[in-house]
Structures are given as structure tokens and as C-alpha cells.
Design a binder for this molecule. Sequence first.
Ligand code: MG
Length: 160
Amino acid sequence: MIRIGHGYDLHRVVPERALALGGVHIPWDRGLLGHSDADVLLHAVTDAVLGALALGDIGRWFPDTDPRWKGADSADLLRRVLADPRVQDWQLGNLDATIQAERPKLAPHMEAIRQSIADLFGVDASRVSVKAKTMEGTGAVGQGEAMAAHVVLVLEPRGS
Ligand code: MG
């Protein structure tokens, strides 16, 4: 038996914020707005894990009204989810992600992002795929106002 999860997230691009994607710091003159570190990719990954197991969503687990999560490291939020007893019985089968961003160029960072996500799940990077696309100048992402991420993953029983 396997479980399939889907996650989606979008954050506004703003000046004077650091950019974290998949737990990797990306040097840029802008970043993403959010209560936590606004790592749009890890938020979509976390929602996909929660979705696969029908455990709600990241907003329910870590409400942005709760000062505990202000400026939170999204890798830490994902670690908290993965450490939950209801999640512990499962391991990552594979994960496929697409980041939508007009800038900056993400190709030089892709391997680091893949490895970072694989490390969080404790699996080999061959189970993790991360792709990036622009929006050809259209819409909020294409105009550089926002960045989005889509994630699909499979969880399989641990030890299978
Ligand atoms: Mg988010």
C-alpha cells in the first residue's frame, strides 16, 4: 500500500528578505514574504506529506497567528511533521517538485536543493526530483511578484 500526497504554495516576492528554497539559502537581492522563513518549496513538500496521510495542512499545524512560528526555519517545521508518530511509519518513495519563479536563475542550486530535501527525509537523492520553470512573463509569478511550488510525492510503509 502506498499513499500519494500533493502540495502547492505561493509566496509574494519582496525586497530585504532572505530567499530559502528547499532548505537552501539562495543569494538574491529579494526574498519571500511570510510568517516563517517563507520557504515556498518546503511548505509545498510539508503539505504533500500531510495530504498523503490526510493529516490536515501546514497552516493548521503551524498557524501564522502563533508567535512560536515567527521566522521559523521551514526545515524545522518539516522535521516536526516527519517526527510525528502517525508519519513515522512511512518513508519517502519518491518526490517530484516544480518551482515556478521568473528569477533568480535556479539551475546552479538545483543539486543542493535536491540533496537538502533528500537529507530531510533520510533518503538517497535519486528519490527526489526538483525542476524549475518560468511563467514566460505572465501572471504574478511571471511579473516577478510571487514564487510558487508544486509537489507530488509517494509515501510507502517504512522498511518496505
Ligand atoms: Mg507558505
